[in-house]
Design a protein. Structure first.
Length: 282
């Protein structure tokens, strides 16, 4: 095993076999076709803070359910099990990465970027006529999770990478590849594959910088790529990149959108972002 493989295994080994417990129970319950909403509610309710936050999110104008949601079962009946499971994962991970050194990443800034990206992705998907837009939001919430895992597991290497990115103006992936021989997108994709997440979400994580390389679900990374650029252009926090990512023309081609449209939706995103951040991160 070469040095790069050893470091990669060091980074992912604590994560690939241990998705958050509540998420793992939800995923297992979904394998049972006879599982009831009550069973899913019981699983979520084992984590009172998660249950409270999910209800807070479900009742917010940001989520737009249009009716008072008083129980997890009610939320499930409105948004569906798949959607609530992914929302639960995003909510759990917000808390799981608290405590990373601030000199590596300001977590509020990180989640502001992820959430701003998510809001842009929802808007893009709606304007494309997509009937289910929340999976695009979740993909943006989770698209840079690989970076957080690197910060948490190998902080000194992460400092070296971030220092070079800032001093040389190079992209995060470029320097990660030079220093580690793998990138944050590789880490996120491997962990989420082991966790059994949807292939569309995995491709969004793996190819959000290069959506032209996606084969099975090309629309997901294309939308996340464009939304990521919008969030950087609006200066909505940071995922670690020193400059605005380079636009992959394939993302424009796959979505059929224009560059002017991407600029026009920024006001909608800005109007929602503060409230959305307060729902997930406080």
């Amino acid at each position: 095993m070469n040095k790069a493989s050893e470091i990669f295994n060091e980074v992912v080994e604590d994560w690939i076999g241990s998705p958050p417990l509540v998420y793992r129970k939800l995923h297992q319950a979904m394998q049972n076709p006879d599982a009831s909403f009550g069973e899913f509610s019981d699983i979520i309710s084992t984590d009172p803070s998660l249950a409270a936050r999910l209800l807070r999110i479900a009742n917010s104008p940001f989520y737009g359910l249009g009716s008072k949601v008083e129980t997890i079962i009610h939320a499930l009946s409105i948004v569906g099990i798949d959607q609530l499971k992914e929302l639960a994962l995003a909510t759990i991970l917000v808390n799981q990465f608290k405590g990373i050194d601030r000199d590596l990443v300001d977590m509020q800034s990180f989640w502001m970027h992820s959430i701003g990206c998510g809001l842009a992705a929802r808007t893009i998907a709606k304007n494309m006529g997509e009937s289910h837009v929340e999976p695009y939001y979740t993909a943006c919430m989770l698209h840079d999770i690989g970076s957080l895992i690197i910060y948490k597991e190998i902080p000194e290497k992460a400092r070296e990478i971030l220092t070079r990115c800032k001093s040389e103006g190079l992209s995060l992936s470029t320097v990660e590849k030079e220093v580690l021989d793998f990138t944050h997108t590789d880490v996120g994709a491997v962990v989420f594959t082991k966790w059994g997440l949807p292939r569309s979400l995995i491709e969004a994580v793996q190819y959000h910088h290069h959506p032209s390389e996606a084969k099975e679900h090309p629309l997901f990374p294309a939308i996340v790529h464009l939304a990521d650029i919008i969030a950087y252009e609006m200066d909505l926090g940071t995922g670690g990149e020193p400059t605005i990512p380079v636009l992959d023309p394939a993302a424009i081609q796959r979505t059929g959108l224009t560059r002017s449209f991407l600029s026009d939706i920024q006001d909608d995103v800005r109007d929602q972002v503060d409230e959305a951040v307060s729902l997930f991160y406080d």
